[in-house]
Design a binder for this molecule. Sequence first.
Ligand SMILES: [Zn+2]
Length: 351
Amino acid sequence: MAFFLKDKWQEWAREWGLAHHPHKGWLYPTEAVVGERRGLLIRVGWGTQEKPGLVACIRFPRALDLERLRQSLMDDDTLDALPGKGSARRRMALESGVRKITLVGRPPEFTLGETSLVWRRVHSFSAPKAPQIASWVDALVVAIARATPVFDGRCESCGTGVVRRYVLVDDFPAMICASCQQRMRSEGDMAERTYDMIEVRYLAGATRGLAAALAGAGAWAMIGALTERMFAAAAIGIGALVAWAYRQGAGRVDRMGRVIAAGLTLVSVVAGEILLYAWWVAKAQPDVGFRLDAGAYVYAQTWAKSPGQEIMALFLGLVGAWVASKALQRPKLRSTIAEEVDPGSEEQRAA
Ligand SMILES: [Zn+2]
């Protein structure tokens, strides 16, 4: 998809006086434009791998009557200019105060929150051209500016502080005055400290993680016995299960916890292989029966004679271990507040 990753929005950014954020990395499109438009704040970019598509976020001062705003946007005929006649807006979802992390099923195309409208449109074939995107975003901005008050230079958090320029809060533009930024930073620090004070129960975490790893080994062996194959999905499932079990026991996650969960996942897959060999031995030689030492012996022999199968199992185990480690990332407790780049300049400086 490398062809996709050429920056294409500089011209648009210049015309509208927006800050242009070029692609970072080379796997997924991350180009974005951020700035003010008709008194509103916008960020247009690309969705994540899990939730792909063109994502336009339009932010406004906290709306007092969200239901009315939603109704006016649904009734606004000018939004027929959006792709598919903007008909998905009639199923506009309302976002509650808490940001939902996961949505089951297909995410809605329009999501209205107290301070933003997010429009996500998936294009099956090629990405739309910048002027086309700009015209859609403008239609949305005009419709919203008609339906709800725009920013008037005051802080959207306290309503009194004067804001000369928006800042980026977790990459999204927001009108936050200097003292509210200060307050948000110290609240973030406080949340971090509070989290760090939670005692980590390594033993409880490892015990539950081990139980999950044993259950995973049993499942791995059973799948192997039934299908005579191994599946990445099984290793990923074990990783997720072990991580979940560890977190239940440990209470807080840290680097050590990630190492423990990753190690247990790997152990689980190897134990699964040994169980599988023990089962095959028992099947081939009923007089020997189901013996773990026989399974371990065959496992070692396989490594010595034709290690391909076990290298594959180990590789899948590592994939599972990576999943477990990723699942135990420290939760994000504070927002990142950064100054925006000047429109036209390509370098972003983080505050
Ligand atoms: Zn403020």
